[in-house]
Structures are given as C-alpha cells and as structure tokens.
Design a protein around this ligand. Structure first.
Ligand code: DX5
Ligand code: ZN
Length: 226
C-alpha cells in the first residue's frame, strides 16, 4: 500500500448481498472500487451485529486491493491479531471503544496492519492530537455508527481541523456515513481522501447486474472532484 491523497472510493459491504460477499467484492472492484470497507459490529459498542474475522478471511481471496476493516467493537485488543491474520490491510478502532486507544493502535501496527482511528460525530478532532504519529488513517464518522443508509451529519469543520493538524504526515482522512454525490464534494473540499459509501454504491445493482455499481462509484468520484 503506497500513500497518496487522491480520492479513493471504499464501498461498504454492509450494503452488499450477505449471501454473496465474495462475488460482491469482486463486482465492486471490477466496477472501480479502490478499497473494500468491512464494517465489523458487535451489538455492544454499536446496536447491530455483522461479522467477524472468519468472514474477513473468507472474503480476502476475493479482494485484489485494500481490505479496510472498521472495528465497531469493544473491547478491541483481544481481536486484533485475528483480524490481522485474516488479511486486513488497515484495522481501524474507535477512540471511544476503550480507555487505552494508544495501546490498541500500537497493537494494530505490531500485528503488521496499518492503524486507523475513528471518531464518532460527538468526539472532537483534538481526541486524536496525541495519536497522529502512530496512525495511518483517521476516520471521521458522519453518522452515528451501527447502520447503513443513515442521513449524513455535517462534520466538515472537524475534517478541516484534522487536515490542518495532520499537516504533511502520510495520514488518510476517511469519511464514513451518508456519503453520496451530494455530500462527497463537501468532505473532499475539506480535505478527506477516502470516501466510504454503502447504500450509494450498491443501490440499483447486484452481482448479476453490476453496472450500476460502476455508475454509482463514478458519480461519487466525479462529484468529489468538483
Ligand atoms: C456505519 C458504517 C458505515 C456504513 C455506511 O456504522 O460504519 O460504513 O455502512 O453506509 P452508508 O453509506 O449507507 O451510510
Ligand atoms: Zn464503516
């Protein structure tokens, strides 16, 4: 994984056909996805349950590019090695998920993955100020995590602040929640480079009719380019 700040579209397979994850990953990559975003939920940190490391290991051979694993779980630390061994390129943990995010991020890098830190909408940018020399990605949640298809919460001020805090460090700013062709330009202009999108990518398509995935990805990318 080399670092660049160009816009990357990361479809969230939370909006994919749960009976068909392997084929869905292949379809979105063939249709232009840059990264594949995997939303892990535990029914404790967030009010929904999705999938775990075994599912990540199962889809890994179906993903050529970056597998971006977003952990919405608490605790995090006991599961880091399992997600790294499942082939996650990036493992993102929430700053709100426990008392020791610094230790968690050390453990993620120690396990050989890139480290991401996520901020819920109610958490200020300053919460990551002491972590910027140990992360590869900051994820700004633009919904309260737990479900796809929610309304975008405007966090552009936070994104701008993070962009200036990050300065020239090689750290991605990822936006997660409610990203579509209307909201993508706002966050891209504020300094984000990775746009997660679930419903706005998968709507209208399927593994047997994947062309809408490509059209949806292009629409978000073009809108973000302004
Ligand atoms: C929310 C997840 C998001 C979500 C995005 O808890 O982290 O990745 O799937 O879905 P949309 O794009 O539908 O808001
Ligand atoms: Zn996510």
């Amino acid at each position: 994984m080399s670092f660049d700040r160009s816009i990357k579209i990361a479809p969230s397979i939370l909006s994919a056909d749960f009976a068909n994850f392997g084929a869905e990953c292949e379809a979105i990559e063939a249709e232009g996805a840059d990264w594949v975003h995997v939303d892990v939920m535990d029914g404790h940190f967030v009010p929904n349950i999705t999938f775990g490391p075994a599912m990540c290991a199962a889809i890994r051979p179906h993903i050529k590019g970056v597998m971006d694993v977003h952990l919405m779980i608490s605790p995090v630390d006991p599961y880091i090695d399992a997600f790294a061994q499942a082939g996650a390129d990036i493992i993102t943990a929430h700053v709100e998920a426990g008392a020791h995010i610094h230790r968690t991020l050390q453990a993620i890098r120690g396990a050989g993955a890139k480290a991401g830190v996520a901020l819920n909408p109610g958490t200020p940018a300053d919460a990551v100020a002491e972590l910027l020399d140990m992360v590869d990605l900051v994820c700004v949640m633009t919904v309260n995590p737990g479900f796809g298809g929610q309304k975008f919460i405007d966090m552009t001020r936070k994104v701008r602040r993070l962009r200036s805090m990050i300065a020239d460090r090689p750290i991605h700013i990822e936006i997660d929640g409610g990203v579509d062709p209307t909201t993508a330009p706002l966050v891209a202009a504020a300094g984000a480079d990775v746009l997660v999108a679930g419903s706005a990518v998968f709507r209208g398509g399927s593994v047997s009719d994947p062309a809408p995935y490509g059209a949806n990805i292009r629409a978000i990318r073009n809108a973000a380019a302004g």
